[in-house]
Design a protein around this ligand. Structure first.
Ligand SMILES: [Zn+2]
Length: 541
C-alpha cells in the first residue's frame, strides 16, 4: 500500500501548523493552525494555510489547543463540512468555542492516553507530552499494512518535575524502536538555536514567584500566556502560600481558565475570576492576559491607564512572565514604558526566573531521539534556518538516522517500505491566506492598496459630467484630501487648474479614460509639491 505525506504549514515559518497524511482510502490532516502576521500587517489578524490546495480531507486530528494548531479549525470545517474532528479534552473545549463563534456545529471526538484511533488507513496512538498548554499529545501514525511508525511531535518538552502532566512515555516510544523497522520522526525545532540545552520545568518557577510574592507589594499584576494553565495554577498556589489572593482577569484569561475548569484541569476554587472592583482584596496577585502587548489586550489597557478596574499605582509590581513572540518586541516595550511612567516596579524574565519555554531544548530532543531511534528525521515547527540547524544537530546525535529538511508542500511517500522524497517548486498560490475583520479572507492586492493609502494618503476628485460636455469650466470641482498634510490646502486652486487642463485637452471619450487621466495629472502635481504620489480616486457624477 502507498502512503503520501505533505507538510502544509509550519516548516519554514513559526505557526500555521498542518500536516497532511494521504492513505489509499482517505486524506487526514494533523492540526489546523494560524500564523500571526508581522506588526505592519495593515489589519490582518492572522494567516491560514491555503486549504483550497488540499485534496478532500475527511478527518482532522488536533494535537493541542494553541492557536498555531487549532486557530484555523472553523475555516477548515467550512471548506470540508463533513470533516470528523478528534482532539484532547482541553483543545476540544477551545476548538468547540471557535466553531460556535463561527456558527458551525461539529461533534469533536475526544482522545487521551492509551487510546488508539482506528481509521481506515492508519492506527493513531496518542503520546502525552509536556508543553506550555496542558493536554498536549504527539501522535504516532501507523500506516496499515506497513512496517512503519511515524511520530509527529511538533510541540513538546520533557518535564520530569511537572505536577500537572507526566513526562513523555519514553518506554512507549522505545517499543516502536523494537517493533517497527522504519521510524520517521517529525520533531520540534523551536529551540534548536537556544543556548539553554535543557528546557526547565514549569515547577522551577515557583521559587522565584514565592520570593517575589513575599515582598511588600500590595498588588502584583502578572501577565503570561492565557493558555498556560499549569503556570496559572502554580502562580495561584504560590500566591496562597504567601497569603495573597489570586485572580485571573481579561477576556482571554477567562476563556482559557473556563475551559480548564470545564475540562477538569482546574477546580473552580483554584482561582477566582476578577469581575468587579469591589471583589479585589489586597495583597493580591492578578494574572492578566495580553502578555504580547496587544493594543486591545488587558495588560496594555491597564498599562495605558484606561482599564475600568485597574489604574497603575506607584506601589504596584508588574511581572512579565512570558517571552516576546518575534515581531511583538516593540508593542511589549511600549507597554512596559507606559507602566514605567507610573513609577511601578517591573520584573521581566531577563532579571528573575519568571518564564520557561514550552519547547524542547537539545537535551529534550535527545531523549526522544534515543527512545524512538528514528531511521528518518524531518525537522518541523521552525523557520527555514531552524530546520537546517536541527538537521545538523541530528547528524551528531543520530548517526544512524538520515535527516531531511522538508519545507511546506514538500512531500514524501512510503512505497513498498521505501521512503521517496519529492521537492516542491513553490508557487504564489501556496502562500498563506490573509484573514482580517470578522474572520474574512482579504486578498493580497487589497492589503497592498491599504498600505499605499496608509503611506501616501488619498485624494478624492469629484465633478459633474456637464463640465466635459458643455466645456463650462466654472462648474465646481471638489478635491478632498485624507491623510495628507494641511500644507496641501494652499495648493487647492493649483490642483483644480490641473484638473481643468486635463478636461480641456482630453480627447478621451469614456468616463473611465478621463478619470484615469485626471488621476494621473493630480498624482503628478502632488508629487511635485510633497515628493510622493497619493492614491487618487476621481468620480464623474
Ligand atoms: Zn504549542
Amino acid at each position: 500500500m502507498n502512503y503520501k505525506f505533505q507538510i502544509i504549514g509550519g516548516a519554514k515559518e513559526i505557526g500555521g501548523n498542518m500536516f497532511l497524511a494521504m492513505g489509499p482510502h482517505e486524506n487526514i490532516v494533523i492540526d489546523a493552525g494560524i500564523q500571526f502576521p508581522h506588526d505592519d500587517a495593515f489589519g490582518v489578524n492572522y494567516l491560514i494555510p491555503n486549504f483550497k490546495l488540499l485534496p478532500k480531507i475527511t478527518r482532522l486530528i488536533i494535537t493541542h489547543g494553541h492557536e498555531d494548531h487549532i486557530g484555523a479549525v472553523a475555516h477548515l470545517k467550512r471548506l470540508f463540512p463533513e470533516i470528523i474532528i478528534y482532539a484532547p479534552r482541553f483543545a476540544k473545549c477551545l476548538a468547540q468555542k471557535k466553531l460556535e463563534r463561527a456558527s458551525l456545529v461539529a461533534t469533536i471526538n475526544e482522545y487521551t492516553d492509551g487510546d488508539q484511533i482506528d481509521l481506515p488507513d492508519f492506527f493513531i496512538e496518542p503520546v502525552r507530552v509536556n508543553h506550555s498548554i496542558p493536554d498536549t499529545f504527539g501522535l504516532v501514525l501507523l500506516p496499515k499494512n506497513t512496517d512503519t511508525a511515524l511520530f509527529y511531535v511538533s510541540d513538546f518538552k520533557y518535564d520530569e518535575q511537572s505536577n500537572f502532566d507526566p513526562p513523555i512515555d519514553l518506554k512507549k516510544l522505545s517499543n516502536y524502536a523494537k517493533t517497527k523497522t522504519q521510524r520517521i520522526l517529525l520533531a520540534d525545532s523551536t529551540n534548536i538555536l537556544s543556548r539553554t540545552t535543557k528546557t526547565e520545568s514549569e515547577t522551577s518557577l515557583c521559587e522565584s514567584f514565592e520570593s517575589i510574592f513575599s515582598e511588600n507589594f500590595p498588588r502584583i499584576i502578572l501577565t503570561t500566556f492565557s493558555s498556560n494553565i499549569e503556570r496559572i495554577k502554580n502562580i495561584a498556589d504560590c500566591a496562597r502560600k504567601q497569603n495573597r489572593k489570586a485572580y485571573v482577569y481579561g477576556g482571554s484569561m477567562f476563556k482559557y481558565v473556563n475551559c480548564a475548569v470545564e475540562s477538569g484541569l482546574l477546580q473552580a476554587d483554584d482561582i477566582k475570576f476578577l469581575e468587579s472592583k469591589d471583589q479585589l482584596g489586597e495583597p493580591c496577585v492578578v494574572i492578566v492576559s495580553g502578555c504580547q502587548g496587544d493594543f486591545k489586550g488587558t495588560f496594555r489597557r491597564i498599562a495605558a491607564g484606561y482599564d475600568a478596574l485597574f489604574k497603575p499605582r506607584v506601589d504596584d509590581c508588574f511581572i512579565l512572565s512570558s517571552r516576546s513572540i518575534p515581531g511583538n518586541e516593540k508593542k511589549i516595550s511600549m507597554t512596559l514604558n507606559k507602566i514605567a511612567e507610573y513609577g511601578c516596579t517591573i520584573i521581566t524574565s531577563q532579571e528573575r526566573h519568571v518564564h520557561v519555554s514550552g519547547h524542547a531544548g537539545k537535551e529534550d530532543l535527545k531523549k526522544v531521539y534515543h527512545a524512538f531511534n528514528p531511521t528518518q528525521l524531518i525537522p518541523i515547527h521552525g523557520e527555514h534556518y531552524f530546520l537546517n540547524k536541527h538537521q545538523l544537530f541530528s547528524f551528531d546525535e543520530l548517526p544512524s538516522s538520515k535527516a531531511k529538511v522538508q519545507v511546506n508542500f514538500d512531500s514524501f511517500e512510503i512505497k513498498n517500505e521505501e521512503l521517496i522524497f519529492s521537492k516542491h517548486v513553490p508557487t504564489d498560490d501556496e502562500r498563506p491566506i490573509l484573514i482580517h475583520g470578522n474572520d474574512i479572507e482579504i486578498e493580497r492586492d487589497a492589503i497592498k492598496q491599504k498600505r499605499k493609502i496608509a503611506e501616501n494618503g488619498i485624494v478624492l476628485v469629484n465633478f459633474r459630467s456637464e463640465i466635459v460636455s458643455t466645456k463650462n469650466y466654472a462648474l465646481p470641482i471638489s478635491i478632498q484630501t485624507l491623510g495628507l498634510p494641511a500644507h496641501l490646502n494652499s495648493y487647492h486652486q493649483h490642483l483644480v487648474k490641473n484638473v481643468i487642463n486635463v478636461l480641456k485637452s482630453t480627447h478621451k471619450a469614456s468616463n473611465d479614460e478621463i478619470q484615469a487621466e485626471v488621476n494621473s495629472a493630480v498624482k503628478t502635481a502632488i508629487n511635485g509639491i510633497l515628493g510622493y504620489k497619493p492614491v487618487v480616486v476621481t468620480h464623474i457624477l
